[in-house]
Design a protein around this ligand. Structure first.
Ligand code: SAM
Length: 244
C-alpha cells in the first residue's frame, strides 16, 4: 500500500499537496462547484445523512482534511447538539473555513485545528464520528491515517470516507477521462491562474486504491462492518466502518 513510495518520496508528496492547497485556498469552494457541477454537495449530503445524527443526542464529530469546513457545517446543521472539529494540515484552508464559520455564527460549534491526518493532535477514544472527504487521497500514508481514525474514535464510533474512485463504470470512464484531462486543468488555470494543481488532482485520483483494496485497508485498521457504496457511476465512493 502507500503506492510503494519510500519515506523521502512521501515527504515530497506532502510538500506538493501543501503547495497545491496553498495556491487554491481562496478559490477552492468555487472550483469545487465548477468542476463537479455541484455534485460534491450531493455526495457530502449522502455522507452526513449516513451519520444518522439525531436532533437530541450530543455528537462529537471530527472532520479530517476538512479544509474550508463544508462537511462540518453540514454536520452541525443536521444535529442540533452536534459539535464539529475541522482538522487540516493547511492553515490557509482553515483560515477560509474559520471566516465562513464566523459569518454563519457557528464559531462556537465548529472548531478549526491544524494537524496531520497521520498523527492527529487528539486523545484516543474521543470522537463519536470521523469523516474525511476528498482528503485521504492526498495523505501520503493512507494506512497510517486510517489507524489514527480508529484510535481517536470511541468504541461505537463511526468512520466515513468520501473519495473519488478509480472504479468508474465502463462507458462512463471514457467520458470521465476526457473531461478530467482536457477540461479540468485548463479550468483550473482559468480560475486560479495555475493548471498544475489540477493536473495533480486528476493524476492522484487514478493512483488511488480500488474500492475493494481500500475496504481491506479500513478493515486492517481495525474497523468492523466495513461498507463500500459507489456513487454516480463509481466516480465517487463512500466507504466506512465501525469501531466496535
Ligand atoms: N474536505 C474538504 C472538502 O471536501 O471540501 C477539503 C478537501 S481538499 C480536496 C483536500 C484537503 O486535504 C486540503 O485542505 C489539504 O490541505 C488537506 N490535507 C492534505 N494532506 C493532509 C494531511 N496529511 N493531513 C490533514 N489534511 C491534509
Amino acid at each position: 500500500t502507500d503506492f510503494g513510495f519510500r519515506r523521502v518520496d512521501l515527504d515530497a508528496k506532502q510538500d506538493l499537496v501543501d503547495d497545491v492547497f496553498h495556491k487554491v485556498a481562496a478559490r477552492y469552494d468555487l472550483m469545487n462547484d465548477m468542476m463537479s457541477a455541484g455534485l460534491h454537495r450531493v455526495w457530502k449530503d449522502v455522507m452526513v445523512t449516513r451519520l444518522g445524527l439525531s436532533k437530541t443526542r450530543p455528537f462529537r464529530h471530527l472532520d479530517v482534511a476538512g479544509g474550508t469546513g463544508d462537511v462540518a457545517f453540514k454536520v452541525v446543521g443536521a444535529g442540533e447538539r452536534a459539535t464539529a472539529t475541522v482538522c487540516d494540515i493547511n492553515g490557509e484552508m482553515l483560515k477560509v473555513g474559520q471566516g465562513r464559520a464566523d459569518k454563519r455564527g457557528l464559531s462556537d460549534r465548529v472548531t478549526f485545528v491544524q494537524g496531520n491526518a497521520e498523527d492527529l493532535p487528539f486523545p484516543s477514544s474521543h470522537f463519536d464520528g470521523y469523516t474525511i472527504a476528498f482528503g485521504i487521497r492526498n495523505v501520503p500514508r493512507i494506512q497510517k491515517a486510517l489507524d489514527e481514525a480508529y484510535r481517536v474514535l470511541r468504541p461505537g464510533g463511526r468512520l466515513l470516507v468520501l473519495e473519488f474512485s478509480p472504479d468508474v463504470v465502463p462507458g462512463l470512464d471514457r467520458v470521465y477521462d476526457a473531461y478530467s484531462f482536457t477540461v479540468i486543468p485548463p479550468m483550473g488555470r482559468m480560475v486560479t491562474g495555475d493548471a498544475q494543481p489540477y493536473q495533480y488532482l486528476v493524476e492522484s485520483i487514478r493512483k488511488f486504491p480500488r474500492n475493494d483494496v481500500f475496504a481491506g485497508m479500513i478493515a486492517k485498521a481495525g474497523f468492523s462492518r466495513v461498507e463500500v457504496t459507489p456513487m454516480t457511476g463509481g466516480i465517487a465512493c463512500l466507504s466506512g466502518g465501525w469501531k466496535i
